[in-house]
Design a protein around this ligand. Sequence first.
Ligand code: FO1
Length: 307
Amino acid sequence: MITLIAGGTGSVKLARGLSKATEDLVIVSNIADNIWLHGLYVCPDIDTVVYGLSGLLDKTRGWGVINDSFVFMEQMKRLGQDYWFRIGDKDLALHVVRTHFLNEGKSLSWVTEWIRKKLSISTVILPASNDHFETRIETPVGEMHIQEYWVKNHAQLNILSIRYQGIEKAVPSPQALHAIRNSDMIIIAPGNPISSIGPITSIPSIRKELESKKKKVIAVSPIIGNQALSGPASKYLLAMGIESSPVGIASHYSNIASNLVISESDKDYENRIQNYGVNVYKTNIIMENEQDEIRLSDYILKTFNNA
Ligand code: FO1
């Protein structure tokens, strides 16, 4: 079994490539960007993987359904409701169905598995936890949900601190913990280390598991030079006092991953990364199309299957 720890738009490209390259893959998805809106439970990171693997993802936006319309949102605006988080009409159906099942007492894992089967996705997708906990960002104007920070305020406010509210009481979903425990290879996707990967790897029993098998854990850097491949990763890393570079990624992951895949152009960082006890692998980590996704996936599988 191979586990991909994933979350957000930065992870879905590798999820797609790996799912084509191997049938042994399971994906453990972030849930700390989940949010209740208009009485619906929205799970953006799970849905990005669901849409990515079913061919429904709007690849330009990196979220939501391709060719979706926003009539529901326009009507909500007319009714004086919040409309900063744009739920597409087709996307809406997924949130309605999921919320219906959750209200019936089903777990998020159960619902995600139901959705996977309905959309004929072969790769198993596991929420990191069935419990709700959320990433909160403290700013000079107050603390807010990560979606409020990123989408409503366009990541413009200064960050004073970031925390995962409720994680202390959260337990991993049994399937996610089982996958990590029984995998021969665990890949940390090039997602945002703080908002996408951190909420998964900070669940105490998942962290303990990763620490004990860190030789089998391979992280792919979400940073080239000092720039994030996508999204606000640099801003969040710097806010947490972590260098925005592959060296910062190595220091941040060194307790849970012995291997880091970086861009060939970052070879000058190699010695500093190795000082953290992390092995360095250099390749082209940019994924601009399907070919790139398969190329990087094959590289990882070949390199570490033979390790
Ligand atoms: N991102 C935006 O920048 N603006 C939006 O209006 C927005 C709506 C949205 C709806 C459903 C969904 O699954 C994702 C959505 N996202 C939107 C993306 C989301 O904020 C982020 O990609 C993830 O939360 C990052 O982990």
